[in-house]
Write a protein that binds this ligand. Sequence first.
Ligand code: T46
Length: 136
Amino acid sequence: MENCRLIELTSHGDNRGSLIALEKEHDVPFDIKRVYYIYDTKRGVPRGFHAHENLEQLLICVSGSCKIKVDNGKEKEIYELNSPEKALYIGKMIWREMYDFSGSCVLMVIASEYYNPEEYIRDYDKYIELVNGGGI
Ligand code: T46
């Protein structure tokens, strides 16, 4: 889907285990302003249900697994994040829903902007109007 893609991360492994490094420009396609992680999720309880006008993010399930449903107003796609070697890039104006969190899931998110609760589009009808009818 346009503005959303899976990125395979390079893992550096040896007989002690594995390590993944994320560097601005090389692995993260935007300037990093914020990192947060979602953990202690409850089975059967979805999250998200919003879009962002100006935010780009990289989502990595560093432990466990979860599913991410993305929607650009025309097409929808479901990605399963089940490995720390996979990152999901979500660009601007994409509706997202996260669900099916496994036990001990830790979803790390790298973001291009500081937290701004006013920038969230939480009404799906308004989102569809904005992406299809203009206004942005
Ligand atoms: C997104 C998905 C993937 C902060 O104080 N600072 C922050 O940077 C964030 C992201 C959240 N919060 C507070 C606001 C709420 O009181 O943490 C609480 C939970 O946030 P929210 O309900 O927005 O969480 P999710 O899991 O529904 O969505 C989050 C991000 O907000 C969102 O940008 O794309 O993860």
